[in-house]
Design a protein around this ligand. Sequence first.
Ligand code: A3P
Length: 301
Amino acid sequence: PHEKGWITPSLHQYQGFWVAPKLLNGILACQDNFQAQKTDIFIITAPKSGTTWLKAILFCLLNRAKYSGSMQQHPLLTQSPHDLVPFLELKLYFGQEIPNLTSLPPPRLFATHVPYQSLPQSVKDSGCKLVYLYRNPKDTFVSLWHFANKLRSKETGGMPLGECLDAFCQGVSPFGPFWDHAQGYHNMSLEMPDRVLFLRYEDMKEGPHGHVKRLADFLGCPFAEEELRDGTVDGIVRMCSFDSLSMLEVNKSGKLSTGQETKSYFRKGEVGDWMNYMSVEMGERIDRVMQEKMHGSGLKL
Ligand code: A3P
């Protein structure tokens, strides 16, 4: 056990990553019971890399025909992206009961934070598609620090940023060392480019329209000429933007079915916010660790 958990006071090491004991049960239950289908789609991220955003985009993309004429009925207006696209280990397999997912219509859309080495074997073997979203480690770290302190504050009080930075640089962060997580999926995207798409949060912020099209192509549901002309792509980009989602009542004052406040998933949604919290030296420390750990992996920071 490691005493420096971000959210819970102690963590256990499993298959090379640190995990809270309660969460380990969920991961083991997924590994033992989840049966992937070839048509499944997985959103995979290290925590605080923009999962909520990608969940919203993929949900809209895959259901665009269903709601094209009735946008007022769109589920994203009244439900959190996290309830629409469940995490395997944090929701579906978190409790005692093993869910029956076989009756869900294809393509089933799921999310996970689990590192590549710990994915259920059937996900690796089934031929299903994985979309990995990478965010620069400094912003991811600052976002994680805020999030963890919100979850901790009632019982244990917040953790100082410097203490969290030490843990992050030692690889003690939820779902394992940041560099291992990213490299594991980056390697798979090079090996199997038709199965694993590696995206970057910063690129998506810069060019969301191109990324929505790219996702549609990758998932085998490209936009028709007419959709490209009639503003469908722009509609998805606008509906899933930070400003739109964070203004919705459900995301301002709602609770997830797991009990968590929906607003904790919307803070600023900006690139480079780390500069408002870390000194230049702290930023350089993360850069150094990442360069050292990712050296030779082909993954550009
Ligand atoms: P910040 O804390 O930097 O603001 P995750 O969804 O993986 O938990 O990541 C949360 C981070 O994504 C938070 O970052 C959050 O504000 C940001 N985020 C949430 N929705 C977003 C959106 N629609 N567009 C861009 N960023 C978003």
